[in-house]
Write a protein that binds this ligand. Structure first.
Ligand SMILES: Cc1ncc(COP(=O)(O)O)c(C=O)c1O
Length: 409
């Protein structure tokens, strides 16, 4: 079925699937950083880390140049190198798998729930069975929603797995455990490390930026060192005293030492100025995102079962990053590609999160055919609608009208 050629009215701005919300106070914060003495490795980095640790209820937050670098260093901090195996749900962004894999780990892909896209404890147990044994699991809070974290942790801990949460979608998400305790994602109550991204479509924007949170001071110190070439200027950490100290026992002013080699994975003070300013408004951003999600839920309800929002997990208060729906394109006698093109012509940007990573040619070549029916089914029907804090309920209504028209509903 081809869509009628309806163009957006000239006054209607294009609605992308996601975008940042930058106010004058963000611009002032970045301008102040530009006028300061430090463009990088200055005080704003640790200020942002302190604010982020508070917001995620973690003891330590270590900022990174982006979420991918944060995932890479999280894998390294967990010792996931050659000879190790890491379980990763197939519905995620490439970086979740690339990070442990580029450290040397082999990836075992897990299936997901076809309605929510989330890996559950049974999917993890199935991946473990296929793997024989594994060393870690990278759990993904897809769309900003978390799943059965306690049950996942039980399966993982019983098999001796380390748990890294890819919380790149989930800054501000809250998990409510069996006792009714609310846990900020990032507090690592049910994981070892959590990783965040502050790419512009995420809950807060840094341009590029990411972070790891941990409650382990030793791992935090290792992550701090690793971000800057793996070098240290801390006299207490020097191994080579003959070169490190002068004849009076003082550290030589020029001296630094390499513990383990690394690259430059730092975030600048300019980026952290934006991150700090944005983080101070996280509650407002999340309230708007929750209001838009509620508006979409109500507007889409009449179109079930052809269009459904992703299934909701009862233990989660999500900080929605994406508004993802499942559409029965076959029943609407159309294809996703046609619908996306038609919507784009009508001023509506959409995206698919995600093509199953186990089917990417690199992994398909490396690991052969893997059958993950939940991931296939979720992917076949997935579409992310425009969703960002600065859009209005009227914008959501426009999206739903155009979507229903395009699907012939
Ligand atoms: C689930 C997930 N993990 C990791 C990343 C990587 O984050 P970044 O783009 O900040 O490197 C993203 C980014 O889109 C993501 O969605």
């Amino acid at each position: 079925m081809s869509a009628p050629a309806l163009k957006p009215a000239a006054t209607e701005p294009f609605l992308p699937y996601g975008r940042q919300l930058i106010d004058e106070d963000d611009i002032a914060a970045v301008t102040a950083a530009l006028r300061s003495d430090f463009l990088t490795t200055g005080p704003l980095v640790s200020q942002f880390e302190g604010a982020l640790a508070k917001s995620t209820e973690a003891r330590h937050a270590i900022v990174r140049s982006n979420g991918t670098a944060a995932l890479y260093l999280a894998a390294r901090a967990m010792g996931l190198g050659h000879g190790t195996k890491v379980i990763v749900p197939s519905i995620t962004f490439l970086a979740t798998a690339s990070a442990p894999h580029l450290n040397g780990a082999e990836i075992v892909f897990a299936d997901v729930d076809p309605q929510s896209g989330l890996m559950g404890p049974d999917h993890l147990a199935d991946a473990l069975r296929r793997a024989g044994s594994a060393d870690a699991v990278f759990n993904v809070h897809l769309n900003g929603q978390c799943g059965a974290l306690e049950d996942i942790a039980k399966v993982a801990r019983a098999a001796g797995l380390k748990i890294v949460d890819d919380a790149c979608h989930a800054l501000g998400t809250v998990f409510v455990d069996e006792r009714g305790t609310a846990n900020a994602i990032g507090n690592n109550a049910h994981s070892d490390l959590s990783v965040f991204s502050f790419h512009p479509v995420k809950a807060i924007a840094m341009g590029e930026g990411g972070a790891v949170t941990t409650n382990d001071a030793r791992i935090a110190a290792r992550l701090q060192r690793a971000r800057s070439h793996g070098m240290t200027r801390e006299p207490a950490q020097f191994a080579n005293s003959a070169d490190a100290f002068d004849t009076e026992g003082r550290a030589n002013p020029w001296y630094y030492e390499l513990g383990e080699p690394g690259f430059n994975w730092r975030a600048s003070d300019i980026q952290c100025a934006l991150g700090l300013s944005q983080l101070s408004k996280l509650d407002r951003f999340l309230a708007r995102r929750r209001a838009i999600a509620a508006a979409y839920d109500a507007l889409l309800a009449p179109y079930a079962p052809r269009i459904r929002h992703v299934a909701r997990h009862r233990t989660c208060l999500p900080a929605w990053h994406l508004y993802a729906v499942q559409i029965d394109f076959d029943a609407c006698r159309t294809t996703r590609s046609r619908v996306m093109r038609a919507l784009s012509e009508r001023g509506i940007g959409t995206q698919v999160h995600y093509f199953p990573v186990h089917r990417q040619p690199y992994y398909a070549r490396r690991y052969g055919e893997v059958t993950l029916p939940g991931a296939e089914r979720y992917y076949a029907r997935a579409l992310s609608l425009p969703f960002f804090a600065s859009m209005s309920e009227d914008d959501a209504a426009r999206v739903v009208d155009r979507l229903a028209e395009t699907l012939g509903l």
